[in-house]
Ligand binder design. Structure first.
Ligand SMILES: [Zn+2]
Length: 398
């Protein structure tokens, strides 16, 4: 599918799809501007974002001897390399270690607090962080205790971020594992903790052999409760997975959804034809939680340049940019945007477009999303865009 984004005419993108955007500055955002720009993160796994040093300390405290490295730096490298192997199944293996050290209340609270702190320092103003409560019961915690420990951590992280001069708001998404049979139970848990720090539900894990329709009862329950959910679909697996997630399960958003590109044809003359499913996704403004670096590691995309995000952005799908697993991908929101800026020459306007898309697609109430867009995100980008007006002081001449 790589040829598609290349054969797609640049003129088409600029002429047809940039009309609604505000004026562009000719320069690309600097690394520092990317970091300071307000960012919104919708797809990030709590057990995929631990600090390597924290893993080492927690393993020591719990007597977990399974870590492949005891030096934090080497351990960080090990995670990235293991995740680089190219298969989703192998990628998921790395989580055995992170989950092993997240089995007590203290560990969960610490990891959640550091997550919020790290994101805030990276300029993230709103995040929905997901985790599977059922994977944190080995130390004797109940599902409720897991949720409360993580919530406590997020609140603590928000406080620490504020003390450090940052602002962030974090909501939790409760994930059920595709291969397990606890989806309904986890969905009920998500519903019980609604308005108490949990904003939605998700299913994750290996896609092949575990279609989302396996958990239909959970999705139907959430719909009856007027609750929100996203589904990992269209990452390793193609269009049928996306179609099921939307038309059978009723997902509000798609985790990845990157294979929607398979339903888009680009002719030699640059004409684009959207299939029925791709049209539906775009027409209904279904948010796609794109995770470029993660997709490169799992083989869902061959390179940043050939990542479907380039074409999908030009076609104005409701795209969002995400990290997925910061530890395994050695990434941050800023780093994801750096790659996109370098590859597609995205400007601050593009960054704002992705960020507003993400905020519109969040699971918190509409009035709060709107206030985040108008009072936090847009002023933040306006301030960055205005920086060229005030050049840094030139050295004084002698
Ligand atoms: Zn994910």
């Amino acid at each position: 599918m790589g040829h598609r984004s290349v054969s797609f005419g640049e003129f088409y993108a600029r002429r047809r799809y940039s009309a609604a955007m505000t004026s562009e500055t000719s320069t690309l955002p600097t690394s520092d501007q990317i970091r300071r720009a307000p960012k919104v993160l919708l797809h990030d796994h709590l057990d995929g974002g631990l600090r390597p040093g924290t893993i080492v300390e927690l393993a020591h405290a719990r007597g977990y001897a399974g870590l492949p490295e005891s030096d934090p730096e080497k351990l960080g490298t090990w995670f990235r390399e293991a995740a680089d192997s190219g298969s989703l199944e192998r990628y998921l293996e790395t989580f055995a270690h992170t989950c092993a050290v997240m089995q007590t209340r203290e560990a969960l609270t610490r990891v959640a607090a550091e997550c919020a702190e790290d994101l805030a320092a990276d300029g993230v103003v709103y995040a929905e962080i997901r985790y599977a409560p059922e994977q944190h019961l080995e130390g004797g915690l109940s599902l409720e205790e897991v949720v409360e420990a993580v919530n406590d951590g997020f609140r603590e992280g928000e406080r620490r971020a504020r003390a450090a001069g940052h602002r962030i708001r974090v909501g939790a998404l409760l994930t059920a594992m595709r291969h397990a049979a606890r989806a309904l139970e986890i969905a009920e848990l998500a519903n019980r903790y609604r308005d108490l720090g949990v904003v939605g539900f998700d299913i994750a894990g290996a896609e092949a052999g575990y279609p989302p329709t396996r958990h239909l009862d959970a999705f139907e329950y959430l719909k009856r409760e007027n609750n929100h959910f996203t589904i990992h679909a269209g990452e390793a697996f193609g269009l049928p997975s996306i179609w099921q997630a939307l038309q059978w399960c009723g997902a509000d958003r798609l985790g990845h959804g990157v294979r929607i590109i398979d339903d888009i044809q680009v002719g030699d003359d640059g004409t684009i034809t959207l299939g029925r499913l791709a049209s539906y996704v775009r027409d209904k403004r279904i948010p796609l939680e794109m995770c470029p670096s993660s997709n490169l590691q799992t083989g869902a995309a061959p390179s940043y340049a050939e990542h479907p995000i380039g074409l999908l952005r030009r076609l104005q799908f409701r795209l969002t940019v995400n990290t997925d697993n910061r530890l395994m991908s050695g990434t941050t929101m800023s780093r994801e945007f750096e790659h996109l800026v370098r590859t597609f020459r995205y400007t601050l306007d593009d960054m704002q477009w992705f960020t507003v898309n993400a905020m519109k697609s969040a699971f918190i109430p509409f009035d709060e999303r709107l206030a985040m867009i108008n009072d936090v995100i847009k002023p933040g980008y306006a301030e960055l865009r205005a920086e060229w007006l005030f050049p840094k002081a030139a050295p004084t001449s002698v």
